[in-house]
Design a protein around this ligand. Structure first.
Ligand code: HEM
Length: 160
């Protein structure tokens, strides 16, 4: 049984501290991916780290964009009843609101899609299920981003 004695070095009780000694060294644990001549460098990229960072940064920007959007659409100037074709036409006449809505569209879609990618990776256990769910997710994401961008830039207030 491992000892739980307190040593004089100031280190508290360490379970199993006396199991390994000079005659019985700790087992050598091999690196999960060995460097070989073919792969002398790490084969992993930093994609997940940038994804993690993107979720935080896009989240901060989205707070401003989405709260501003809700305030303008639902609270100010008579609330939701003012929204109609003329209201949208008036706002998209300004490049400022075009860029605002474009940023909101791109960031929310990429943030939401990357979040769902994580959820799929976490919960779909079979490789085939992950493949199909992510295929569907990426198709819907690209479609929505392209269609929304097209609408923002080709909107015609004089349409009949
Ligand atoms: C309004 C401001 C928002 C903030 C501050 C925010 C923040 C975050 C953060 C920090 C994460 C990462 C959580 C983690 O890694 O554990 C996250 C995940 C996620 N976000 Fe957002 N987000 C916002 C808006 C949105 C919007 C508009 C959508 C949908 C279009 C969305 C969909 C998601 C999804 C699906 C996840 C993954 C959930 C998970 O991993 O469990 N978020 N959000």
């Amino acid at each position: 049984m491992a000892t739980t004695e307190t040593t004089a070095s100031g280190i508290g009780p360490v379970e199993g501290a006396s199991v390994h000694n000079v005659d019985n060294p700790a087992p050598l644990i091999e690196a999960p991916r060995k460097r070989t001549r073919k792969t002398p460098k790490s084969t992993r990229g930093n994609f997940e780290m940038y994804g993690w960072l993107f979720m935080r940064l896009s989240g901060i920007v989205l707070v401003v964009l989405v709260l501003g959007h809700l305030l303008i659409q639902l609270v100010l100037d008579g609330g939701v009843s003012k929204i109609g074709f003329a209201f949208v036409a008036g706002r998209w006449a300004s490049p400022f609101w075009q860029v605002w809505d474009l940023l909101m569209l791109w960031l929310a879609m990429l943030h939401g899609a990357n979040g769902l990618r994580t959820v799929i990776n976490d919960y779909a256990e079979r490789a085939n299920t992950r493949l199909w769910l992510k295929g569907l997710l990426y198709t819907a994401t690209v479609f929505t981003i392209l269609l929304g961008t097209l609408v923002i830039f080709t909107f015609d207030p004089n349409i009949r």
